[in-house]
Design a protein around this ligand. Structure first.
Ligand code: SF4
Ligand code: ZN
Ligand code: ZN
Length: 325
């Protein structure tokens, strides 16, 4: 059957036109596509085994809400949601409400982990301080603390997988960002199953939505009435990711399929890079534990402790990065 911007292959009215495929999708075919893509990503990379206990990093946004919904729909595993409250004000309060609503609807147990309680400060408090605001990029700090707390909490509840709602735009951005930074160590840690380190204190992350686009995710959420918060974080915008996102959006508009090509290219070269990295640092792959908090890290002190120390002691202004007990 002929397809167009207005008509799906099945003959129904199209609600979404996938530029790189040159075909329209109706509600039903789009739902099938999203579910098939999700299952294929999990199956191809063996992201989930039968006895896995899965912790889902749930923000209440479009991506993680879909992730929890699909995991519950297709897997019988024990699933638990971890909701991180960074203390961003009204935006986060609303998204937490949506996250709780979804958990209740799906019968999923959840726990809220707050920056304020765990770290002693909220993101809002940091960025209400004008000096801090000038010196720090919110997402860098927020991202490090969130990953730190998610790993800790997932381990505490005995989860052996941590599912995160990363979509294809996020993944393509991360690939480009690490090329721009020349950061090969972080570059090889991307992918649907990014963990290259095995350690009992480290809960491997999985990204089942990594081959789906934002648009596909939002449409599926809407079709299936999945509650999610539509507003975006007020602190976003001042980061390299935001600039890369703009570039990628422009490229995608001019050359449809760019983001898919970037991710496919990454998948092709990753096995070679991993080989090279393993060869060159055979003795180094072992994890250390942070001398301050005991969490896994490849360094003496973990990144979270380094940043917490900077924030708490105000040493950033003095240019002193040491860790103090
Ligand atoms: Fe944190 Fe940045 Fe995400 Fe806001 S946009 S929640 S500051 S990582
Ligand atoms: Zn159709
Ligand atoms: Zn630490």
């Amino acid at each position: 059957m002929k397809t167009s911007k207005l008509q799906c292959e099945c003959g129904r009215k199209s609600i979404y036109f996938k530029e790189n495929e040159g075909r329209g999708y109706c509600k039903l075919c789009l739902s099938k596509y999203v579910e098939k893509n999700f299952k294929k990503t999990i199956g191809k990379e063996k992201l989930i085994e039968n006895n896995d206990k899965i912790a889902v990093a749930l923000s209440g946004g479009k991506d993680s809400s879909l992730l929890l919904f699909l995991l519950k729909k297709f897997f019988r595993n024990e699933i638990y949601a971890i909701i991180v409250d960074e203390g961003i004000g009204e935006y986060r309060e609303k998204s937490i409400e949506k996250a709780k609503e979804l958990c209740t609807k799906l019968g999923v147990k959840y726990e809220i982990v707050s920056f304020k309680e765990e770290l002693g400060f909220s993101m809002k408090e940091i960025f209400e301080n004008s000096e801090m605001r000038k010196k720090l990029v919110p997402c860098t700090y927020c991202g490090v603390f969130r990953r730190y707390l998610l790993n800790k909490k997932a381990r505490e509840i005995n989860a052996n997988k941590l599912a995160v709602g990363i979509n294809i735009e996020d993944e393509a951005e991360s690939i480009l960002m690490n090329i721009i930074r020349g950061d090969i160590e972080r570059f090889v840690k991307l992918g649907a199953y990014p963990s290259i380190i095995e350690d009992e204190k480290f809960v491997p992350r999985i990204k089942p939505l990594r081959n789906l686009s934002e648009k596909e995710i939002i449409l599926y959420d809407k079709i299936h009435k999945i509650p999610f918060e539509k507003k975006r974080c007020p602190f976003r915008g001042n980061s390299i990711r935001f600039d890369v996102r703009k570039i990628l959006k422009n490229l995608e508009k001019r050359y449809p399929g760019t983001k898919y090509q970037i991710v496919r290219f990454y998948d092709k070269i990753k096995p070679f890079l991993l080989e090279k990295i393993k060869e060159s640092r055979e003795k180094e792959v072992k994890m250390n534990y942070c001398k301050f908090c005991g969490e896994p890290t490849s360094r003496e002190f973990c990144k979270a402790c380094e940043l917490i120390n900077k924030i708490k002691s105000g040493l950033l202004n003095k240019g002193n990065n040491s860790i103090e007990k």
